[in-house]
Write a protein that binds this ligand. Sequence first.
Ligand code: MN
Length: 477
Amino acid sequence: MTIEQIINEVKKNDSSADIDLLKLAYDFAKIAHQGQKRLDEEPYIQHSLHTAFMLAQIKADLSTVTAGLLHDTIEDSEHTFENIEKNFGAEIANLVQGITKLGTVKYRGVERYKENLRKMFLAMVDDLRVVLIKFCDRLHNLRTLNALSKEKQLRIAKETLEIYAPIAGLLGVWRLKWQMEDICFKYLHPEEFQKLKHKYEVVKKIEHKKFIEKTKHILEKELQKANIQHQIEGRFKHLYNIYQKMQRKDKKFHEIYDVFALRIIVPTIADCYKVLGIVHAIWWPKMDRFKDYISMPKPNGYQSLHTTVFGYDDKLTEFQIRTQEMHDAALYGIAAHWHYKEKGDLKKPQKQPFWIKEILNAQREAKNTHDFITEVKLNIFHNRIFVFSPKGDVFDLPEEATAIDFAYAVHTEIGDKATGALINEKMSVLSQQLKNGDMVEIIIEKNRKHPNRAWLKFAKTHRAKSKIKQHIKVKSL
Ligand code: MN
């Protein structure tokens, strides 16, 4: 990896970016890490370069990429905060210091887990960009995990899967989440990983020749006729996700992997609907599989048109149709959000977890960083807790929320059919109050039809209460 590669990547996002700043940071970091080597014998500066490159890839802003180059200079060299501040200003120095603070963890075992989690949330409160740097730092450490002892490999993989990957999902940085998860999967379940990887590659090869190329060919001809600029992509490999689905639903690989998918990226929203029309004119749609997440985005802000058709040779084929902006948001989440905000292209308010929106608002409105931090600390993270599902999804709930609130936050049906909860792997009642960092799994009773009126006594969220009341009303009609 070279500094030129990073400069090119940054220029793709912003052609007027201050390249001199990057070069300066590179020289600074190179001298700071002079003579240092990673455990895999690579010069240390390679780690800084890779971290910065990944940040540029997810469209992080220039300060963040620069801080990525400098991120280990306080921790691993003689430099101080003041030193960085003098050379690069307070904003970048604060980012580097934020990363340094995240790096030192005192405890072991469960305590270590909690400490890590708490630190991540505190860092997010200070400046969300610190967490983005941490993800890229971690991802490069994962990619070079081979050089470490078995014990360390397992600890780092487990910690990533439990803490960093879920938070990356929470912030919508899916690309980093998936990459982290697949590497952790490889270290934690090596046999399953290899088996699945092999199956995936075999299927993909056959799929590719038999269907994808033909489908692309047919579609491309029609899109050219309609004069629609487009880009067609195959499915993104995500083995850990397939593995989780097989475990959770007790299904075989081919049952999960039965439909093949293509993604079409076009310039405008109007083009998305035009392409949908073209796809449906070529192949017969499977009616119950059409979803318009453009006019009705998912709660996490995700936007796309999804449709499944009886495609080439009658093979079920899913199409995801979206604009470049939607595509970036789906892969890079909060990082892309800033990118589009800066460019002024973000016309529509995004539907994201409420607190992300509030953080972004606070960032926009605050006169200075100090005001911003105070606002976030006092008003946004105040009275909220973060609870995890076993598959790593994070839910934000009000303080004093109970297991039933969590059940309804996951899905209405889970709420309606809930009978109990496993909280941190211990059996608990639905009225149990949840704490920050709890891992919760809801036990359901399949045949149950209605929620219990008594739940209203301990449901705290508006969502849970209204869902329970809805059923009581229906029943009394
Ligand atoms: Mn590092």
